[in-house]
Design a protein around this ligand. Structure first.
Ligand SMILES: [Cu+2]
Length: 167
């Protein structure tokens, strides 16, 4: 019994600590894609602009997928790029922009509840350590070409399989 009460008190304290005014985080140019109409996984990309204090993207959620994780790509010893679940989230330094893009950081959508269709919109809730929750309507764009940061070799491991396994 006392455990429950303490837990509720802690939750209230966290809620009070959150800023109640203008958000200093802005999401620009979001889009989501999957490799094929039958793919069970997809990913969301965007630029996250932080005009305020240092913050951290700690998690993401979406009704469009059973499991949502923050991923990045890291090069393993033999030069092969691998997708990695970043459990601590993405650092968002004060006044900086982080770019979620193909071949790099991304919001991984695993177990899509329905296929991603061109022109549809996927709702993604980003949870920040300080700024709290920001809901982003992410348009599905299957035709978007990889950006300049992408290299041809990376395309092969870009969520290309129907395998629901993430890593
Ligand atoms: Cu991923």
């Amino acid at each position: 019994m006392s455990f429950t009460i303490r837990t509720l008190a802690a939750t209230a304290a966290i809620a009070l600590a959150m800023p109640a005014f203008a958000q200093s985080i802005e999401v620009q140019d979001p889009y989501a894609r999957s490799a094929s109409p039958t793919a069970k996984t997809g990913a969301a990309f965007m630029h996250i602009v932080n005009t305020g204090e240092a913050d951290r993207l700690i998690s993401a959620a979406s009704p469009a997928a059973e499991l949502v994780q923050l991923h990045t790509h890291m090069e393993s010893g033999d030069g092969v790029m691998q997708m990695v679940h970043v459990e601590e989230g993405f650092d968002l330094p004060a006044g900086e922009t982080i770019r979620l893009e193909r071949g790099g950081k991304h919001v991984m959508l695993m177990g899509l509840t329905e296929p991603m269709e061109q022109g549809a919109t996927v709702s993604v809730t980003l949870t920040f350590e300080n700024a709290g929750d920001i809901v982003v309507d992410v348009p599905v764009d299957l035709e978007r070409m990889p950006g300049d940061m992408d290299h041809g070799a990376m395309e092969g491991m870009d969520h290309g399989s129907d395998d629901t396994k993430a890593e």
